[in-house]
Design a protein around this ligand. Structure first.
Ligand SMILES: [Zn+2]
Length: 87
């Protein structure tokens, strides 16, 4: 990531909640550059049944974002790998 907001905010959350394992949601992606952590926001929605009506139960999905929600800087894949990537 281009910034260290996630580390700082995670530290703050852990201090505030008193739980050393408290975390910001995210997904681990396996790409050509290796393993990467992507922060996500949770989406809640109801699945549609075949007849067009919605299920009563809420389903969840994770959506990752390109820009840091705390400082607005673009979240880069991995700086070290990006420099070598000639694409
Ligand atoms: Zn940031």
């Amino acid at each position: 990531m281009a910034c260290n907001c996630r580390e700082q905010i995670t530290k703050m959350i852990r201090e505030q909640l008193g739980d050393p394992l408290a975390n910001i949601r995210g997904v681990i992606c396996f790409g050509k550059d290796g393993v990467q952590f992507k922060p996500t926001v949770a989406i809640t929605y109801r699945k549609k049944k075949k007849d067009g009506s919605f299920c009563k139960a809420q389903s969840e999905m994770e959506l990752s974002y390109e820009y840091c929600p705390f400082c607005g800087r673009k979240i880069e894949e991995d700086k070290e790998f990006k420099k070598e990537d000639k694409q």
